[in-house]
Design a protein around this ligand. Structure first.
Ligand SMILES: [Fe+2]
Ligand SMILES: [Fe+2]
Length: 264
């Protein structure tokens, strides 16, 4: 019988983005309908399959993102589409990677839902690239998100701290400024997409906080110092203001997390 971790690994091992999106929708629907009863124990790959393009570079070699006209706008949309594609895999990776911990069914509900949201985000941005006569794969992309995934593959607390609670929460901080600049440049179509993505990412951060605190309680760890320690040991960058406190509040992320861990 096919298990949820089998399906998660199938998505991870699918290179073609459109196929990754299609399978994500299908398997998320099957999971919600109760058609998959086994979690299983398939180990996910170290790296998900990727198409030949985009070429992956180190973050330092990337052109700076901007929301200005023409080419720079395509750079921005392409970079975010790449993040969303990685985020689909991060959702499925969480499902399979941490299955040995026997977490409650709600854990799988959350990360399957995240994968499905990310698939929709990728699809919206890819469609927007097509409207602008561009396509995903046209430009180089950076591998920072998957490097963070590999750095946290051994511990669900490290993964929750770095992926949703740090990187996705940073997205909550930066998205309103991006939307504002896009609107100032008259690109309301891209701004609308970014606004929707920003709203939907709140629930991903919330899921990260929920499972981080759940596992901290299981292990009798104090969440805030544990988070701070993981940020220092598992993340190369820093947590920096300004923070979108309203969105972080909506995600039920206590300010103590980011204020304690931030470099000001
Ligand atoms: Fe997303
Ligand atoms: Fe997300």
């Amino acid at each position: 019988m096919t298990s949820l971790t089998d399906l998660a690994c199938e998505v991870l091992n699918t290179a073609k983005p459109s196929e990754k999106v299609r399978l994500t929708y299908r398997y998320a629907q099957m999971w919600r309908a109760g058609e998959i009863s086994e979690i299983g124990d398939r180990t996910p790959p170290h790296r998900p399959a990727r198409p030949a393009n985009p070429v992956l570079c180190s973050p330092g070699d990337m052109p700076k993102r901007s929301t200005g006209g023409g080419k720079r706008r395509i750079n921005l949309i392409h970079a975010i589409a790449h993040i969303e594609l990685n985020a689909i895999d991060l959702g499925w990776d969480a499902v399979a990677r941490f299955a040995p911990l026997n977490l409650p069914k709600a854990f799988y509900d959350d990360w399957v839902q995240v994968a499905e949201d990310e698939a929709r985000h990728f699809e919206m941005l890819e469609k927007r690239l097509h409207e602008l006569d561009a396509a995903y794969g046209d430009l180089p992309a950076h591998d920072g998100l998957w490097e963070a995934a590999m750095n946290t593959a051994d511990d669900v607390l490290a993964r929750m701290a770095v992926a949703p609670m740090l990187l996705e929460a940073r997205g909550l901080d930066t998205t309103p400024g991006t939307v504002k600049r896009l609107r100032a440049n008259g690109d309301h179509a891209t701004a609308d997409i970014m606004e929707q993505i920003g709203d939907e990412e709140i629930s991903h951060v919330a899921a990260g906080v929920r499972w981080f605190e759940h596992v901290c309680a299981q292990r009798q760890l104090d969440p805030v110092p544990t988070f701070k320690n993981l940020v220092v040991t598992r993340f190369k960058g820093q947590i920096k203001p300004p923070f979108n406190t309203q969105a972080r509040d909506q995600a039920a992320m206590a300010p103590a997390y980011y204020l304690t861990a931030a470099k000001t």
